[in-house]
Design a protein around this ligand. Structure first.
Ligand code: UD1
Length: 365
């Protein structure tokens, strides 16, 4: 059986790495890795291949950046001939980025079955581009691997037949559990002259927070206030850096004694920082899950989340990106940290093995 695995953007890499590793136990499966090139900077892409021991992609489509339509269309145009020449039995896609949607569409139209890892996540907010990507990819998929019980329920509620749905747990946690000891040993906080447990980590890149200048400036004002209470390390996503630059001046808007700006970090350095943070401020999907496993309090600056388990069993809380509310929540956490409960079901480090077993038993009709 020949499988083409498609990755494109930063959050894809840590989910495909454990799967490719687990599939080595099944010699009847041949794996071919395609990188769409949606993310291309060294610190958004190549560093993850090195640190996660991912094999070099067999092919890079080099699509780069563009509007949603441009990026999606370019991936489709460049992926179609790959499928017709490689003729795989299955295409595996991950997560909810434009690369996920574009490659699933091409495969489905060529009658190549699609397996979707991280199927069924829903924020129920169709203004998010990722929600559109998730819904369409799930409709097109033959095998749907869910990271949580609520994701399986979402799929059933949308009429996806039960036999297509496989609850496997969270593949991102597979990497995380292995990487925590080496990540902690790197002591990335020392590079920023910080003490473990005495700083916050901030990430911000979601279109809904950074694309409207007024909103972004309000958020930065609140962050500068927070940084007066507790040092804040801010590895800045290229999208956010360019939006801040366009809204004024990146360095003026982030100038505050306690606010430490840095380039996007690699997997291990970022995990190192997260693991010893007093609290995390983010609008990322994956970081909500990672802080839940690490037991680090997380404030997610969004109105909704596709990871409801992190609210129920983890250390995550949604906070409106309104500056006053953000400040109030941060002050509250500094006094009363969240109570940590057991990890969600299936977040046990064995999710990739469960996916690999299903794939090895699956046969193309
Ligand atoms: C994409 C995903 C988002 C995911 C995020 C993780 C979609 C719709 N969005 O958002 O779900 O959470 O990745 O980072 O797929 N850029 C660079 N270098 C790079 C990549 C991007 O400079 O290596 C800049 C470009 O200016 C680009 C902008 O970042 O226009 C946005 O990149 P894009 O891939 O369109 O979306 P992300 O915001 O990264």
């Amino acid at each position: 059986m020949k499988i083409i695995h498609v990755v494109g953007a930063r959050p894809n890499f840590m989910k495909i790495a454990p799967l490719l590793q687990s599939l080595q136990a099944y010699p009847h499966i041949t794996n071919y890795l395609v990188h769409t090139g949606q993310h291309y900077d060294d610190n958004m892409s190549a560093i993850f291949f090195r640190e996660l021991n991912l094999p070099m992609p067999d092919l890079n489509l080099d699509v780069g950046s563009g509007s949603h339509a441009q990026q999606t269309a370019q991936i489709m145009l460049r992926f179609e001939p790959v499928l017709t020449s490689q003729r795989p039995d299955l295409v595996v896609v991950v997560g909810d980025v434009n690369s996920t949607l574009a490659s699933s569409l091409v495969a489905a139209k060529l009658h190549v079955p699609v397996a979707h890892i991280e199927a069924g996540l829903r924020s129920f907010d169709r203004s998010m581009p990722e929600e559109i990507n998730r819904i369409v990819t799930d409709v097109l998929s033959t095998l749907l691997f869910t990271p949580s019980r609520s994701a399986s329920r979402n799929l059933l509620a949308e009429g996806i037949p039960e036999e297509k749905i496989h609850f496997v747990g969270n593949l991102m946690v597979d990497n995380l559990l292995n990487a925590v000891p080496p990540a902690k040993a790197r002591k990335a906080w020392e590079r920023f002259s910080l003490q473990p447990g005495h700083y916050a980590v901030l990430t911000l890149h979601r279109a809904s927070n950074v694309d409207e200048p007024e909103k972004l400036l309000g958020l930065m004002k609140a962050i500068r206030e927070i940084a007066k209470l507790l040092p804040v390390v801010f590895p800045i996503h290229p999208r956010t850096a360019s939006r801040l630059q366009a809204a004024g001046d990146l360095h003026i808007l982030t100038a505050s004694a306690g606010l430490i700006l840095t380039e996007p970090l690699g997997y291990l350095d970022f995990l190192s920082l997260l693991s010893q943070a007093k609290l995390v401020l983010t609008d990322s999907g994956g970081i909500q899950a990672e802080t839940t496993v690490l037991g680090v309090p997380c404030l997610t600056m969004r109105q909704n989340t596709e990871w409801p388990e992190t609210l129920e069993t983890g250390a995550n809380r949604l906070v409106s990106p309104d500056p006053d509310q953000l400040m109030a929540e941060v002050t509250r956490i500094l006094v009363h940290p969240f109570e940590q409960k057991p990890r969600p079901e299936g977040w046990d480090g064995l999710a990739a093995q469960r996916v690999a077993k299903v794939l090895s038993d699956w046969s193309p009709r």
